[in-house]
Design a protein around this ligand. Sequence first.
Ligand SMILES: [Zn+2]
Length: 467
Amino acid sequence: MGRKPFDARGIGAPLLIYCTDFLPTGGVAIFRYAHKPAIPRQYLLSLMLLLVVGEARALDRLAIVGGHVVDVVRGEITRDAVVVVQGDRIVSVESGAQAVLPDDVEILDATGTWLIPGLMNMHVHLGLKLPGKMSAELANETEAELALRMAAYAREILHAGVTTIRSPGNSWPPRAPGHEDLALSKAIAAGQAVGPRIFSAGEALVITGGHGSVAGQTHNDGPWELTRAARREISAGASWVKIMISGGVATEGGSIAEALMTPDEIRAVVDAAHRFGARVAAHSGSPGATRIAVDAGVDSIEHGYFLDRPVLRAMRRNGTWLVPTIVVSQPGTRPFFEKIGSPDWYLERLESVGRQHWEALETAIAEGVNIALGTDQLPSEPNDGTTATAREAQYYVAAGMTPLQALQSATIEPARMLGADAELGSIGPGKYADIVAVAADPTADIKALRDIRLVVKGGHVFRSELD
Ligand SMILES: [Zn+2]
């Protein structure tokens, strides 16, 4: 099948006229996920009938026909399928032989492609400023300029097939007042901006002298300051709280392997967050700090550069998630860091963690730890001939996952981590119509994620290069 040139005119043009009321960033949204049942099929059907007899509303139903639908929950493929979308939700998924197409439906011919759920990337800082030339160039960036830069990234991310992200800290380094990601999430949900669904931790919580701390900025120390800071982020709309519990690559000095935040501080944040229905993500390279975090009930561990088998086993027992971001410590990302003018100390720190980070990932996969894909690079950032997101998934296969498992780690597993798997992360009736078409079978070879032909989010077609 020949590849059509990318047609910018199709971008963002909504095929459907309904706007989603989906607003994933609020702490309240978690409860909506937890208690809202999927829309019963009979209700959807009667809704469709109402619309048929009601006033003519062009193009509010979409049928994606001919594609092979990958069921990431069961690990099965429905070949030559018909996926019917009504508004922002999927109504039905049937094999072509059985399907009866409703009247007045916009047909999208996806013959010869594989349809997968929209990709989900769980570690994306839209307001990232890395040390070196990038930070120098952006030193005087205003908040308005930052918000517009982030909106441009959001559009690129969606076009790269990533329909949901988690923002574990809006800006880097964390700063007040910040929260541009929360504003962007609202704008996207309201149809004022184009981008993925955003689940946000607001601004990351940093202790004085810890990873992400900046001289002269106010940080949060001790259980009560951290409790208040967690409440502040949740009340601003965060559904996650992000804490920096060990050293990291992007702060000069401070051991990546050491536990910096105290057990009392970590427990205080977890308690404060869970009381509001929010979840906690901990930046950690250290086995010791991770062990404390796991025992304290932290929901996800980010990076995990030096995690060993005992702590990974504790994570599996407790159901703690690992978001590996393996892409940042591997050699394929070096050209990116050179492009943004990273200083030598930064490159040396990255190289020093690469091998152990890889071993930690291999061990985590072998031990059956819950893994949700995240990159710590922009999901759409060019990396090794593809995007950071697709490259990250390829690394998971190289480290021991099957292609299906790697695809799950980029779809249904993140949805589970977010507590949103009733509505996101798979293609099925009642789910949001977040669908990507790729040119080959990703359960046979995960490299299929490199060739994206269609991006649908909430029933809107944002990119189409179907033949
Ligand atoms: Zn990060």
